[in-house]
Ligand binder design. Structure first.
Ligand code: 4AD
Ligand code: MG
Length: 431
């Protein structure tokens, strides 16, 4: 007998097939029983009629519980009222694995800590499946977008010597080499790769030992980091805008059912079209002060300021050219205002805030060396990075998009912990 997945049933209408999955709901009148099951690709209602099947088959029904795994065989019948538009009339049923009645996730409200402790099971619920599918769609869209544009994907190391962003490092012993640190970014290697291959992107896990317990911080998150030789800061923002638009369009095109499961107001995504507003940092600070924020020129913008700023817009915005001291050492000095650097944060609407950080990189050897020293960073660890400015230096820029924050915005999740299968946060290492 042919086994099919629930989302493939429409091409088997009228045929007899086998479907395997897990029980989600059970209902019986004594003569007719309904088993609703899921297999990760969809939900299927199956019907068992006492008179129409062998007595042993009917008796199996009494042993079913929520999450019992089973195999059912029967005819695929169109039914407009059924989820997915098809129902399966059971001719044969067998139990694959029983599930005791104390299955942790019950059809009632559970607290978030309980759900996170039981993440292995929570993942099976319809909303979590929908979020995971949208995340996967965004990953695929990322590869499609950069492949279509001739970018080379480069996998950068996760074990590194001490280099990266400013926030905390996770370290581990590394043979006779002393400590190795888990990568906070692939960017610096991305820059070397851009000089070798022209246009590249990295897509990997990044790690930050930040003691932040906010709804947008994980200690392990996934970042997509393109780096392009000879792109300036304006080219860089154009690329971000095109990439984000591509991703939103892709999800609207292919993941309507999942957006609906997440109860997402899609009119808020349909307005995501270029151009995205570009706001100078100094103007942003002035606007924020008018709105009552205590921010002063020189500060990085916090989550609250970002939310205040985006409330006037229906699409992501760029805040450009932050003060040098608010940003990383590698950003290029702004020739029009050397107190600032050629960078941008891309802020998502509806209060989501920063989802991308990008910049043109400092390509002047002496200036970047000066910035390294100002930041008291270990020069030896950066020698190969400095050499990129010595042998054929080149203007270049790139950015990092945080995948979980982007998923959270697109699905409308309150917290990014739902946007990765097994979140890692300050107080969570299990499961
Ligand atoms: O702004 P960040 O720190 O930039 C970089 O790491 C650069 N090296 C990127 C580059 O230019 N290649 O981080 C980039 C993005 C943020 O905008 C945010 O979306 C995400 O990474 N991010 C986090 N996501 C979840 N948890 C955290 N702790 C995050 N820290 C940053
Ligand atoms: Mg940033």
């Amino acid at each position: 007998m042919q086994s099919v997945r629930i989302n493939e049933l429409s091409s088997h209408a009228g045929a007899t097939v086998t479907v395997r999955g897990w029980v989600t709901h059970l209902r019986s009148s004594g003569k007719v029983a309904f088993i609703v099951m899921r297999d990760g690709t969809g939900i299927l209602q199956t019907v068992l009629v006492k008179n129409a099947v062998a007595p042993e088959t009917w008796e199996h029904f009494a042993k079913l519980t929520q999450e019992t795994s089973l195999s059912v065989t029967g005819e695929v019948r169109p039914d407009a009222r059924a989820p997915g538009g098809f129902e399966l009339g059971i001719a044969d049923l067998s139990i694959i694995g029983e599930s005791p009645l104390d299955y942790p996730i019950q059809p009632k409200e559970h607290g978030i800590d309980f759900l996170l402790d039981n993440r292995t099971f929570w993942l099976r619920s319809p909303r979590q499946v929908a979020i995971a599918r949208i995340r996967s769609e965004l990953e695929q869209a990322t590869h499609d977008f950069f492949y279509q544009r001739g970018f080379l994907r480069v996998d950068t190391p996760i074990l590194t010597a001490a280099i990266g962003e400013r926030s905390g490092l996770f370290s581990t012993e590394y043979f006779e080499e002393g400590n190795a640190y888990l990568a906070q970014t692939g960017q610096l290697y991305g820059e070397a790769a851009a000089a070798a291959f022209g246009k590249i992107y990295t897509f990997g896990p990044t790690f930050r030992a930040e003691k932040s317990k906010t709804r947008r911080h994980l200690t392990e998150f996934w970042m997509i980091e393109p780096e392009v030789a000879f792109n300036d800061t304006h080219d860089n923002m154009k690329l971000q805008e095109d990439y984000l638009t591509f991703m939103v369009e892709r999800v609207l095109e292919r993941r309507q059912a999942e957006l609906k499961e997440c109860e997402r107001d899609i009119t808020k995504l349909e307005t995501v079209k270029p151009p995205f507003p570009r706001i100078d940092y100094s103007d942003a600070v002035a606007t924020l002060q008018k709105k009552g924020s205590k921010v002063v020129w020189g500060d990085d913008l916090g989550a609250e300021d970002e939310a205040l700023l985006v409330e006037d817009y229906d699409r992501p915005i760029f805040v450009m050219n932050y003060p040098k001291e608010a940003k990383a050492f590698y950003m290029k000095e702004n020739p029009d205002d050397p107190r600032t650097v050629l960078c941008d944060d891309c802020l998502a609407p509806e209060g989501y805030g920063e989802i991308i950080g990008g910049s043109q990189r400092e390509d002047d050897y002496d200036k970047i060396l000066h910035r390294l020293r100002e930041e008291k960073l270990p020069e030896e660890a950066y020698s190969w990075y400095l050499d990129l400015r010595k042998y054929g230096t080149f203007p270049h820029s790139g950015f990092g998009l945080g995948l979980e924050r982007t998923v959270a915005w697109i699905v409308g999740a309150q917290h990014i912990r739902e946007c990765i299968a097994f979140p890692r946060m300050m107080h969570r290492l299990r499961p």
